[in-house]
Design a protein around this ligand. Structure first.
Ligand code: ATP
Length: 279
């Protein structure tokens, strides 16, 4: 089954430059696909279009999700709202409401599925709370359920955001640079969590990443973008450093994590400590 089907997607924020240029791609159910590219290549813009948060140009092509048209030629389709209930989005930052507890944040995943009056008052049933707690347990942070979201580390917040998509019952997760501001140990935990949700629940995942190492380690398929165009779509195993250097030219250095000897000694120690830290 096709989960995402994009044909001829164009997006211009200004007259002289297209942020997305004739993007066409398909993603099948159960895939975990990495979206890589240098800064400004169009990863976030593409993800926002699939989520129905941005509209393409008037000649902007078509996006279907789960067989339903989400948008076509710059118009959001009528059925988009219903489809959005099945799409969970995890952003790089601002994922959670910082003053609310972790549990309440995760419960907001249910908002599309409970009556509006109950949702607005944050009145959730015991079964709904249990569902949220189960999701928190699965991502390994149930011990933090009653804490305010702002008191969690960046990695824990991202895992809470993934727990929210589990509670939502999302069948497609769009993760927009979920590990961009995390240390390596936290990044692994977040990627492991996405990987488990993908494998255990057959949830389709599209995850944009700055660095190619994570794409190779976690995703069988990678889509690479440059200047708003798809320049590679294939097995992640083909993403050798030589291939990427050729593909990205001057931008290629952005795609690799710094070698350990390029990281200042102080942060190397912190990294080592974090690798053994619990959640
Ligand atoms: N709201 C906006 N208004 C104007 N231009 C925008 C807007 N959002 C994105 N762009 C432009 O569109 C292009 C693609 O940006 P996008 O954020 O999608 O890239 P990206 O690959 O996600 O980059 P990064 O990895 O730095 O997040 C860039 O040239 C960017 O400046």
């Amino acid at each position: 089954m096709l989960v995402v089907d994009i044909s001829g997607l164009n997006k211009s924020f200004s007259r002289d430059k297209r942020a997305l240029n004739n993007v066409s791609l398909q993603v099948r159910e159960g895939e975990m696909v990495a979206l890589i590219g240098a800064s400004g290549s169009g990863k976030s813009t593409l993800i926002r279009h699939i989520a129905g948060l941005l509209r393409g140009d008037r000649d902007g092509g078509k996006i279907e999700v789960f067989g339903e048209v989400i948008q076509q030629n710059g118009r959001i389709a009528r059925g988009a709202r219903k489809v959005r209930a099945d799409i969970g989005v995890v952003f790089q930052q601002f994922n959670l409401v910082s003053r609310l507890t972790v549990l309440t944040n995760v419960l907001t995943g249910m908002l599309g599925r409970v009556p509006a009056w109950r949702g607005s008052l944050c009145l959730f049933t015991k079964a709904e709370r249990m569902r949220a707690m189960t999701a928190l347990k699965r991502v390994g942070i149930d011990g933090h359920a009653t804490k305010k979201a702002r008191n969690l580390s960046g990695g824990q917040q991202q895992r809470a955001a993934i727990a929210r998509t589990i509670t939502q019952g999302a069948r497609l997760i769009l993760a927009d640079e979920p590990i961009a501001s995390l240390d390596p140990a936290s990044s692994r935990k977040v990627m492991n969590t996405l990987d488990r949700v993908n494998r255990e629940d057959n949830v389709t995942v599209i995850v944009s990443l700055h660095q190619v190492d994570y794409a190779r380690d976690y995703c069988a398929r990678t889509i690479a973008m440059r200047d708003g165009e798809v320049v590679f779509d294939g097995p992640s195993t083909e993403l050798t450093p030589e291939f990427l250097r050729e593909l990205y030219g001057e931008y290629s250095s952005e795609l690799f994590a710094p070698a350990p000897d390029q990281v200042p000694a102080k942060s190397r120690v912190a990294e080592k400590d974090l690798a053994f830290a619990s959640s």
